[in-house]
Design a protein around this ligand. Structure first.
Ligand SMILES: *Cc1c(COP(=O)(O)O)cnc(C)c1O
Length: 344
């Protein structure tokens, strides 16, 4: 077998959900957009539902439709992108709840599905999705009597607790929802960590469930082991990989493992990362190829059958740092080629 194994620890996942839930007094939903941050929305969502999650969020109606098949009729499935043209039948038939983002979406929704549940997304400064204060002021009288299920907004800088944008958005959310009895939601993973003022009636963690920052106490959820395809001796002064970027400083033993940037192990992290044989670090040598990585195993004294790149100690955030990106991007880039295993 020459494909890597991505093991998804469902116990760590549900432990993370419970730990985030225990930090608030309110309902904790679960964000499973982008196929559960690359880890498999169906399995992830079913585990979280068994752990007690009753509300799920996805980005698009298509994601919501396949999630409904996985979860069955009970849980609430909310759609961040709202009610787009062409979505009406799926929203209606599968009991999905769009978070309406604009006057256009509001009119589309009430015309097409007058008695169907919806939520409202407000823009409190991020300028990405949601109604702006002026738009909302014009619409509130029409929307509120129809009992939206949720009024929500999203924080732009919640991973930086001291950023003044947090307080600014909180203030603007409070002003825009003043006097509303509708359940409110402002916080994703980062906002949960900002404290009680940010919790309202529901939180919407995503990345923290999957073991990523800013939830520092998260248990790692994704583990990756890569089979060794071939091992060779490389003499001092010989090179490894494209561009001859790595030259052996001593006689070396080099393993070629079967995963590369097409599996989300992005090229940019190359020279800064290790693979692991148990707890022994083995440095990456040369450029990461599409399907292969060279690894220095000279010091092991044996030829391993596989090497690990995502472990308890080397997490998605370590890979992200090495590549100059964020854990979210590493997770969602992991790609389709892995043999996926779910452990619980
Ligand atoms: C992605 C997303 C979340 C989850 O964010 P995390 O930082 O992954 O916890 C919550 N709300 C909205 C609107 C989002 O787009």
């Amino acid at each position: 077998m020459a494909t890597a194994t991505l093991t998804i620890d469902l116990t760590a996942l549900t432990n993370n959900w419970r730990a985030l839930d225990a930090m608030t007094e309110c309902e904790t939903a679960a964000v499973v957009k982008a196929d559960g941050y690359g880890l498999g929305a169906d399995r992830v969502a079913r585990s979280l539902a068994n752990a007690g999650a009753r509300t799920f969020f996805v980005a698009a109606t298509e994601e919501a439709a396949s999630l409904r098949q996985a979860l069955g009729p009970g849980p609430v499935i909310n759609i961040f992108s709202g009610h787009m043209s062409g979505d009406t039948d799926m929203i209606s038939d599968l009991h999905l709840t769009p978070m309406l983002n604009s006057i256009d979406q509001m009119l589309r929704h009430v015309e097409a599905l007058p008695d169907h549940p919806f939520g409202i997304q407000l823009d409190t400064g991020m300028n990405r999705l949601g109604m702006e204060p002026g738009e909302w002021a014009a619409l509130r009288e029409l929307a509120e009597p129809q009992n939206p299920t949720l009024v929500m907004s999203h924080l732009a800088c919640a991973d930086e607790p001291d950023h003044p944008m947090n307080a600014h958005q909180l203030e603007s959310f409070l002003a825009m929802t003043e006097g509303m009895s509708t359940p409110k939601s402002l916080s994703a993973t980062g906002g949960i960590l900002l404290g009680k003022d940010y919790h309202f009636d529901m939180t919407r963690p995503g990345v923290g469930l999957y073991g990523g920052l800013p939830f520092e106490k998260a248990e790692p959820v994704a583990h990756v082991s890569i089979p060794v395809i071939q091992v060779r001796d490389v003499a001092q002064n010989e090179s490894v990989g494209y561009g001859n970027t790595w030259i052996a400083e001593r006689d070396s033993r080099i393993a070629t493992v079967a995963a590369g940037y097409a599996d989300g192990l992005i090229r940019a992290m190359g020279p800064n990362m290790n693979l692991f044989h148990g707890s022994t670090a083995c440095p990456i040598v040369g450029r990461i190829s599409m399907d292969m990585i060279g690894v220095d195993i000279t010091h092991l004294g044996e030829d391993p059958r596989e090497l690990d790149i995502l472990t308890e100690d080397q997490t998605v955030d370590h890979l992200a740092d090495a590549a100059g990106t964020i854990g979210y991007e590493i997770l969602t880039s992991l790609g389709a080629r892995y043999q996926r295993r779910y452990s619980s």
